[in-house]
Design a protein around this ligand. Structure first.
Ligand code: FMN
Length: 183
């Protein structure tokens, strides 16, 4: 018997989408995404992550400016090849996860971001996980974007995700079965 269900299909069907339609997400969708991320487990249930749900494109533009300021020429070429002037690829919703710099914070953030990716997939939306925005939140940059998202002195940017309606298609990456060992 082949066992399959919707959740498995959403996991298998997800891929990083780097072009979005100019179509906002309605409040019901955003509320479901908020509810989903709050259900993600955190080490010892400490819940030390904060989730900035950003729909204000003015904020995204300011973060983009700082990322472009720091990103290397190779990355700029990749962005040209992707035909995108934004590291958020025009998505109507971007969620940026920050948290106090503690032992498990990045693992907590990784779990939360994939929770959002699969929740988005299940709602008919697409996503791409984003590490590049870290460049906009450097503590030693006088023009950093930390104040924009009220990131505290003891907090760091962990990871982000762009979510929206896809304006492109991309097949999921091939699976490398050699990464798995059976004992
Ligand atoms: C931690 C992490 C950081 C990533 N950062 C970026 C990023 O800044 N920009 C981007 O376009 N994609 C980013 N990605 C997406 C990966 O490039 C993508 O997941 C990978 O190429 C596999 O493709 P797939 O997601 O379609 O399976 C990131 C993914 C992860 C897991």
């Amino acid at each position: 018997m082949v066992i399959s269900n919707d959740t498995i299909q959403y996991i298998l069907g997800r891929s990083s989408i780097r072009a979005y339609q100019n179509k906002p997400l309605n409040k019901e969708l955003i509320d479901l995404l908020k509810k989903s991320v709050l259900a993600a487990p955190t080490a010892r249930n400490r819940q030390q992550l904060r989730y900035a749900f950003v729909t204000d494109q003015g904020i995204i533009e300011q973060i983009d400016e700082r990322i472009f300021h720091y990103c290397d020429p190779e990355m700029k070429t990749i962005m040209e090849e992707r035909n995108s002037s934004s590291f958020f690829y025009g998505a109507p919703l971007c969620v940026l996860i920050t948290g106090k710099d503690t032992l498990w914070i990045d693992i907590d953030a990784g779990i939360a971001i994939q929770t959002l990716a699969i929740a988005a997939q299940s709602l008919g939306l697409s996503s791409v996980i984003l590490g590049m925005p870290r460049l906009a939140f450097k503590k030693d940059d006088p023009k950093n974007c930390r104040a924009l998202l009220e990131i505290g002195e003891d907090e760091k940017f962990c990871i982000a995700i762009a979510i929206g309606y896809a304006d492109m298609t991309k097949a999921p990456h091939p699976h490398n079965h050699s990464l798995i060992s059976d004992y």
